[in-house]
Design a protein around this ligand. Sequence first.
Ligand code: ATP
Ligand code: MG
Length: 481
Amino acid sequence: MIKKLTQKDLICHLNMPIFSIIGEEADALGRECYVVGGYVRDIFLNCPSKDIDCVTVGSGIELAQKVAKRLGRGAHLSVFRNFGTAQVKYKGMEVEFVGARKESYSHDSRKPVVEDGTIEDDQNRRDLTINDMAICLNQNRFGELVDPFNGMEDLDQGLIRTPLDPDITFSDDPLRMLRAIRFACRFEFKIVPDTFEAIARNRERIKIISGERIIDELNKIMLCRKPSIGWALLQRCGLLQIIFPELQALAGIETREGRGHKDNFVHTITVLDNVCRAESEAGREPNLWLHWAALMHDLGKARAKAWDEKIGWTFHNHDYLGSRMVLPIFRRLKLPLGAEEKYVEKLVLLHMRPINLAEETITDSAIRRVLFEAGDDIDDLMTLCEADITSKIPEKVRRFLDNFKLVRRKMQEIEEKDRIRNWQPPVDGIEIMERYHLTPCREVGILKDSLKDAILDGICGNNREEALAFLDSKAHEIGIL
Ligand code: ATP
Ligand code: MG
């Protein structure tokens, strides 16, 4: 339930001088002016934002120039002539000024024909009723709410709805479908059936939206308290099949001889929520890339799935297969291809390791190996693995969590003793080439890897002398000495 605010309350919320200055300058130009959109919504939700959008009937740039001049030295003005907008930065606030506009779309073009319009025209082209309230800043109407589509009521009821016919709203600008889902996820609101059905009907239109704008929305969904809400909606309306078919492929349950496997899509988004909850319980900032790793950790299961007469459903090697899917998907979704991609790929590849450790008797060398391969990301890997336990059988969950505690304790002991995390073997590739007169070749790799393995397995001591002796015997064995 939100607090219903009266004009008097709204005047209190707008008591910063900047609002009255904007109103006075608009009056001097003889123009209507309103604060609109997210800022108004957030006043009602009682989470004031620093981003303020102002709409005026006429030129937004001209009004911004007047306001910046009035505010004087503390204000910084940027003008974007191409877009007909201007921004004033002042005391940590960013005020965007635009002229009220009327948009008309034709089916085959993404770009609308934009004309100057009234505040009513401007409200007609907005995405959702909750984002479509305006508060007047002109002096004689200061604090008056203009809410033609009952946004306040929808905000109160927790409803996502388009102001006008949803088929037209979504077909005009299909990005709005993702925005509707993003806001449903962020505020944990329900999308009204009419609006939701229109998303399903218009889903193919998403193809005209650029990858960059899509990923922007997906990343915002990823950073919500419960991203599963957004992903489940994307799945239900059919958008997931278009923008992320590899994830859609995990949905559903197949049954053979009375044995079904779990729905791996539902499992995946539960794991994602678990990661978010773990971060918040630990007081950590959300790590967007850990969230992507959680979403992608089981992607390989669609391809790895097999039926074994004796054991039932198996997903052998899905960790490896999944890790190989990360780069092409990052590329297609326009996610960054540097360290972030490597990190996600690594976590996907390693996500079964701690679970396997917990199931077997835990040897020091197995722990050393995971520490070495995960490096500084070991804590994130453990967070992911714990989040991965979504069994409904309490006994099973407890057993896993107890084993994990043991694994964590062992890891700490070994890390303190052997400092594996950022460890490098005592002899590197260059020295190996010099010692055996080799140019870069397969043998150098073999020697390097076998030395690393021998030290991690505790066969060879972690010092130069023993390492060189080990290398010599290995070189002999493979016939280069
Ligand atoms: P946030 O807190 O994420 O910034 P916001 O509602 O302020 O939320 P913005 O993207 O900053 O979102 O947009 C500001 C306002 O512009 C919205 O509240 C909405 O009224 C309008 N808007 C933004 N994008 C669209 C769109 N694609 N179609 C229609 N209206 C839009
Ligand atoms: Mg905003």
